[in-house]
Design a protein around this ligand. Structure first.
Ligand SMILES: C[S@@+](CC[C@H](N)C(=O)[O-])C[C@H]1O[C@@H](n2cnc3c(N)ncnc32)[C@H](O)[C@@H]1O
Length: 149
């Protein structure tokens, strides 16, 4: 077993999951804040230099899991580890956000898809060295192609 302690909380305008854009073509442009607890402030040193961050967080308002599920972006079932479903064996979320600025322990960000009050477990700078041409988008690319027909 592992025990994690939140390093902070998301402040977003989303109070219910229905308010968060979903499905094919959904864009996450919502701005909000990552409020980090004072005891972790030193850990934010030099974060301003990064344009984007990985935010690792807990689906604290999700219960249980489904190994197979039909996501909002398709009408076919897929394995939970091939989706970003909130209903997972370990309810951990991962979002990439744009860092707009920092004031002390508060990070202003764009691209939130989390409910207000979501506990944050960790933050890391977003770095990707994978060339676009090497990326495959699996069933999502097929669902997008079907939609365009
Ligand atoms: C599809 S998940 C993707 C989350 C993240 N980008 C990821 O890939 O892990 C996003 C959805 O999770 C749900 N959600 C957001 N915050 C949540 C929370 N704190 N607890 C439970 N569900 C949440 C909302 O329905 C939202 O549309």
């Amino acid at each position: 077993m592992f025990t994690f302690t939140p390093i902070g909380y998301v402040r977003s305008s989303y109070k219910t999951t229905q308010e968060i854009p979903k499905g094919l073509g959904a864009e996450h442009k919502a701005e909000g804040r990552l409020e980090i607890l004072p005891e972790f402030e030193a850990g934010l040193t030099d974060i301003e230099g990064f344009s984007h961050l990985f935010v690792i967080w807990i689906f604290d308002r999700s219960e249980g899991f489904d190994l197979l599920g039909t996501p909002p972006s398709d009408n076919r079932a897929h394995g939970v580890f091939a989706t970003r479903s909130p209903r997972r064996p370990n309810p951990i979320g991962l979002s990439v956000v744009e860092l707009l600025g920092r004031k002390g322990t508060v990070l202003h960000v764009r691209g939130l898809d989390m409910l207000d009050g979501t506990p944050i477990l960790d933050i890391k700078p977003y770095l990707s060295s994978i060339p676009t041409e090497s990326l495959r988008r699996g069933w999502l690319a097929e669902a997008e192609a079907r939609k365009q027909k």
